[in-house]
Design a protein around this ligand. Structure first.
Ligand SMILES: [Zn+2]
Ligand SMILES: [Zn+2]
Length: 357
C-alpha cells in the first residue's frame, strides 16, 4: 500500500475523538506491512519506533487520528488529521532499512479535537528519554506545500467558562416574590462585549460568547437561574489566566449587586502551543531546503488551540505549519478536504527535519 492509498483508507473511515478504533487498525496494518519499525499498540493510541543502538537522541513525531462532526450529521475529516497521520506513517515507511543516527518515534494520538488525547499518551515520556517532540498542521490560506513557522507561540491557549447565577423562582404573575437573573446576565453580557471589542486589536486574544440562558420558555414562571458561557483565548497561558480573572470578576460582581448566587466551571482547557525558540530556528531550515516556500510568521500563527501544548512540558517542542492552499476551504468547514498532493511534500519536509534534528 502506498501513502496515497493509506490516506484514502483513513479518509474513508473518519471517527470521532477517542473512538479511533478502525483508524488505529488501518495504521497498524500499514506500519506492519510497509515499515520495519517496532509497533506498540496501547489502549486508544499507538506508536512505532525506529531505534538505532548508537543513536544520540530520540525524536518524537506526533500525528492526530480524530475526525469531527459534520454539519447536519455524520463524521468527516474536517481538520486534515487523516493527512497528518498518513504523512507521519509515510515518513516511517521512508525510513525502512535506513540509518539516521537517532531514534525516531511516530506517535499517533487520539482525541486532539476535544483536548483529551495528549494526556493519555504521556506514558511515552516515561519509557523514552525524549529530546524533542515535533508536530505539524496543514494551514488553509497559505500556498500549497509552504513551510510556516514561528519561534514563539504557534497556537493559542483557550478555555470555556460557564458562569451560573442562582436567584429564586416565583410565579410569573408575582415577579416581586422571586429573584430573576436576567438583568445580571444582561449586564454581564454588555460588559463582556466591551472586553471582546477591546481584544479585537490583538492577534491572539479573543472572547466569544457561546451560550446565554435565563430560565426556559415557560411563560408562567419567573426564573431563578441563568448562565453565560464564553470561550476565551490568548497567546500564552499567563495572559489567558489574567483574562479569565477579569471575566469572572465582572460576572461575580454583577451577581453580588443583584444578590444572586454565583458559581463557574472551566471547560475544554488548552495550554498554548509554544515552540522552543532555539529548536524552531534550527529545524526551520528543513523548510528552506524541502518546502516550496518558507514563511516566518509573527506569533501566534493561529488563534485556535492544540493539545500539543501539553507535550511541551515534557520535552523541547516544535510545531510547524504546512500550507494547504490559498483557495483551500477553512479547517472544520463542511467543504474542507485534506489535499492529497500535500502528502509527498510533507514527507519530504519530515525526512529533512529528521536528518538535521
Ligand atoms: Zn481541528
Ligand atoms: Zn487539527
Amino acid at each position: 500500500m502506498n501513502v496515497q492509498e493509506l490516506w484514502e483508507e483513513l479518509h474513508a473511515s473518519p471517527e470521532l475523538s477517542m473512538h479511533e478504533v478502525h483508524t488505529m487498525e488501518i495504521l497498524e496494518d500499514y506500519i506492519r506491512n510497509e515499515t520495519d519499525l517496532e509497533l506498540y499498540v496501547e489502549n486508544g493510541w499507538l506508536y512505532a519506533a525506529h531505534e538505532e543502538p548508537d543513536a544520540d537522541k530520540t525524536i518524537v513525531i506526533r500525528a492526530e487520528m480524530d475526525a469531527i462532526p459534520k454539519p447536519g450529521g455524520g463524521v468527516f475529516h474536517g481538520c486534515g488529521h487523516d493527512g497528518h497521520a498518513a504523512m507521519a506513517a509515510g515518513t516511517a515507511a521512508a525510513l525502512k532499512g535506513r540509518k539516521v543516527g537517532k531514534n525516531v518515534i511516530f506517535l499517533f494520538q487520539p482525541g486532539e479535537e476535544i483536548g483529551a488525547g495528549a494526556a493519555i499518551c504521556l506514558p511515552l515520556f516515561d519509557r523514552y528519554k525524549v529530546d524533542m517532540i515535533l508536530a505539524c498542521h496543514n494551514l488553509p490560506g497559505y500556498e500549497l506545500g509552504s513551510f510556516v513557522y514561528t519561534e514563539n507561540t504557534f497556537a493559542c491557549a483557550s478555555e470555556g467558562l460557564k458562569m451560573s447565577f442562582t436567584g429564586r423562582q416565583s410565579h410569573a404573575a408575582y415577579p416581586e416574590d422571586g429573584l430573576n437573573p436576567a438583568g445580571c446576565a444582561a449586564k454581564t453580557i454588555s460588559e463582556l462585549l466591551q472586553i471582546a471589542a477591546s481584544l479585537e486589536s490583538t492577534k491572539g486574544c479573543r472572547l466569544t460568547i457561546v451560550n446565554v440562558q435565563v430560565g426556559n420558555p415557560d411563560f408562567g414562571i419567573n426564573p431563578g437561574f441563568g448562565s453565560v458561557s464564553v470561550t476565551i483565548r490568548a497567546e500564552n497561558d499567563g495572559i489567558l489566566k489574567d483574562l479569565e480573572h477579569k471575566v469572572l470578576q465582572i460576572a461575580e460582581s454583577s451577581a453580588d449587586q443583584d444578590g444572586l448566587g454565583f458559581t463557574y466551571n472551566i471547560k475544554d482547557p488548552f495550554h498554548a502551543t509554544v515552540n522552543d525558540a532555539e529548536l524552531a530556528e534550527r529545524l526551520s531550515a528543513a523548510g528552506k531546503t524541502a518546502a516550496c516556500s518558507w514563511i516566518h510568521e509573527e506569533a501566534p500563527v493561529v488563534r485556535w488551540s492544540e493539545d500539543f501544548g501539553l507535550f511541551s512540558d515534557k520535552a523541547k517542542a516544535f510545531y510547524w505549519g504546512i500550507g494547504s492552499g490559498t483557495n483551500q476551504p477553512g479547517l472544520h468547514t463542511e467543504q474542507y478536504v485534506f489535499p492529497e498532493d500535500l502528502l509527498e511534500k510533507g514527507i519530504r519536509i519530515w525526512l529533512e527535519m529528521i536528518r538535521i534534528a
